[in-house]
Design a protein around this ligand. Structure first.
Ligand code: IMP
Ligand code: MG
Length: 431
């Protein structure tokens, strides 16, 4: 089946943007199936840096068709900004980007409610969200009061649904803003944005199924990572959607039989933004060193990312729940000159050693990493093209990870740019 899912196996920011930009060359369609403008994909090419939030990273490859599926939550204002920014930088978006009519939209009141929830209980209940309104928008969808693109494009339907929502939420909104002011702002914005967005909206499920019928190659690009998944992540410190491969079908209207391979992106160490358990977190100089060397600052919020050693129970859980067929190792260059390098192979919970990531929220906080120390390697030149050109100790480090994870790497990334990559003998299975 000519389709592949590209997803993050940790807490996001594994380097999916670069990998989509690299392997997307072989795809015809590149599709987002969940998340929203909380995502930040950084892509560097020709010396230029692009940060994408809602639009698939595939937009940076000429002629590719990009799709925002129904599972994504779209902020009408920020999608327009993103489109305009790209077009200003000579990336053609019109005619290449299609947004599902069934995608739910984010409005200013969602952002107000997101921030209010973060502040309400203080540190104890704070998730550390991006405050982009993600949680409240998905909550409305499940509550069956959400407003979809298709509703937005019909002025009367939209006005009626907006009224309903403002009435339902007035008691909350009024603590922070005036309902009257919000109504005016949103309606005015809709008038201006509707003609801009209309040409992008369509039935993307039909579009994708037709493409697959014609044997077109489709790449599904996740946002966030498996440990931020609403079901399989470190609940409640998660995002409000399912980044796992199983949600591709629901997030863009294709059947599971149409999914070919599942590629997991693995960073050579671990990072997380926001609150929540992080067993291998380093709060010392080593954490600082990883943050500096890896430029680990949030692409959406600019927050410094928490950094720690590679955590095998986390990645093994991801391999399992996603049915991962291919792994890509990124940012191995960041570990240059660190000696020894530590790999968490298991956890100790209440004196017992386990290789599995625990589901209990208190165990997730209490578990102590069991480390295997491996010899470090010197600097890695980013222009190496073959695995055997890597320093022998770096090769050994990669092999050790493969042994611990039980899946082989298809690609090793040595830097931000597309050229700084080693393609392993084992080819990615969809090409
Ligand atoms: P939300 O998705 O804005 O609701 O935030 C929920 C949690 O997911 C917070 O810990 C965020 O920092 C985290 N998060 C959301 N999007 C990303 C991402 O693209 N990369 C890394 N963390 C993210
Ligand atoms: Mg990111």
């Amino acid at each position: 089946m000519p389709s592949v899912v590209v997803l993050g196996t940790q807490w996001g920011d594994e380097g999916k943007g670069k990998i989509v930009h690299l392997l997307g060359k072989q795809a015809d369609y590149i599709v987002r199936y969940q998340g929203g403008p909380n995502a930040g994909h950084t892509v560097v090419f020709d010396g230029k840096k692009f940060v994408l939030h809602l639009i698939p990273a595939g937009i940076l490859i000429p002629k590719k068709i990009c799709v925002i599926g129904n599972g994504v939550v779209v902020d009408p204002l920020s999608i327009r900004e993103e489109i305009e920014l790209l077009e200003k930088r000579n990336i053609q978006v019109k005619g290449r980007l299609f947004i599902s009519e069934l995608a739910h939209l984010i409005f200013p009141y969602h952002k107000i409610l997101d921030a209010a929830r973060e502040e309400a209980g203080g540190k104890a209940t704070r998730i550390g969200t991006t405050r982009k309104g993600i949680g409240p928008t998905y909550a409305d969808k499940v509550e069956r009061v959400g407003i979809r693109m298709v509703d937005y494009l019909e002025p009367d339907t939209f006005a009626r649904l907006l009224e309903q929502n403002l009435a339902l939420k007035a008691h909350l909104i009024e603590k922070f803003s005036s309902v009257e002011k919000l109504r005016r702002e949103i309606l005015e914005q809709a008038e201006r944005l509707r003609p801009f967005l209309e040409p992008f909206a369509c039935d993307t499920s039909a579009l994708l199924n037709r493409a697959l019928d014609k044997k077109k190659k489709v790449m599904f690009e996740s946002a966030q990572g498996t440990l931020l998944d609403i079901d399989f992540g470190t609940y409640p410190f998660v995002t409000s959607s399912n980044p796992i491969a199983g949600s591709v079908g629901a997030g863009c209207g294709i059947g599971p039989s149409r999914i070919g391979s599942v590629m997991g992106i693995v960073k050579a160490y671990t990072t997380r933004v926001g609150e929540g358990p992080f067993p291998t977190e380093l709060k010392d100089d080593m954490g600082e060193r990883l943050r500096k060397a890896g430029q680990e600052f949030g692409a959406t919020t600019g927050r410094p990312r928490r950094c720690g050693w590679f955590d095998a129970p986390v990645v093994r859980r991801s391999i399992m729940v996603n049915g991962i067929t291919d792994l890509v190792l990124t940012k191995i260059d960041v570990l240059a000159n660190i000696d020894p390098i530590k790999i968490c192979v298991a956890y100790k919970v209440d004196g017992k050693v386990t290789k599995d990531f625990p589901n209990s929220r208190s165990a997730q906080q209490r578990c102590e990493p069991v480390y295997k120390a491996v010899p470090g390697f010197g600097a890695i030149s980013s222009d190496l093209k073959r695995f055997k050109d890597l320093p022998v100790k770096a090769q050994k480090y990669v092999k050790t990870l493969e042994g611990i994870l039980g899946v082989k790497f298809s690609v090793i990334s040595l830097g931000r740019s597309r050229d700084e990559t080693i393609q392993m003998a084992r080819k990615v299975t969809w090409v």
